[in-house]
Design a binder for this molecule. Sequence first.
Ligand SMILES: C[S@@+](CC[C@H](N)C(=O)[O-])C[C@H]1O[C@@H](n2cnc3c(N)ncnc32)[C@H](O)[C@@H]1O
Length: 271
Amino acid sequence: MVEETVPAGLDTTTAHPARRYNYWLGGKDHFPADRASGDMIESVHPTVRLSARENRAFLQRSVRFLAEEARIDQFLDIGTGLPTADNTHEVAQRRVPQARVVYVDNDPMVGVHARALLTSTPEGRTRYLEEDLRDPAAILADPQLKETLDLDRPVALVLIAVLHFIEDHTEARDVVRELMAALPSGSYLAASNFTLDYATPAQAAVAREMIAQGRSDAHPRTRAEFAEFFTGLGLIGPGIVPVSEWLPEVPAHQRPSAEQIAIYGAVGRKP
Ligand SMILES: C[S@@+](CC[C@H](N)C(=O)[O-])C[C@H]1O[C@@H](n2cnc3c(N)ncnc32)[C@H](O)[C@@H]1O
């Protein structure tokens, strides 16, 4: 993106997760601060671009599973990110044209792009809400959400690569609980979160130092912490695994290692 096209009121001087992720994915919607932050994190975690691509592929495989196998036709995707290829509604509506998707993000730049690009099939519907994951009550009370999703029928809650931006684990866990409590039996949670479980002690120390200094904003969760998001849900397929291992489509020898990926993913069903 060239500087002249910056929407009014947008802060381009600090790195934002959506734009940095877009940079790692090879997109064009990022600014110098996002690239500097992305490069700095890449200097510590050299496979971060691969990790971002694998996370995105997990989003697509999990949404495809939810639409195709679980017959879910309603999605609440919080932490949407900047639109790129095969966004949630495109993957879902390819299988279920009438699928409805409510996207939520707290980054105004995501809002500008999402409202323009995340458009539905005629049979389905998409809506974009500018809300914060840390305020689930506001998300659930939003009239646009209620107009779009029928909360008496199963919904897939998609929290992919967004929970790690909530630093406090108890808060993150309570947010997931509150959202899942509002959804009926047969609903699903698809989530992923950065982890240091596969890092060496030296790599973990550097990563924690970066977080402490405010140079990284993604908060790692251990496997046990990540599992808490799925308490009371029935895990699908392989359970909690590095995202590249969740219902993979390529043979094991072609898949990256857990160390390279460093993101846990899972999908669970509410009984
Ligand atoms: C790394 S991107 C992930 C995009 C997409 N879910 C994916 O996995 O491909 C994280 C997104 O979460 C959004 N985000 C971060 N904290 C958030 C919060 N508290 N509430 C809503 N969105 C948030 C960022 O703006 C960004 O768009």
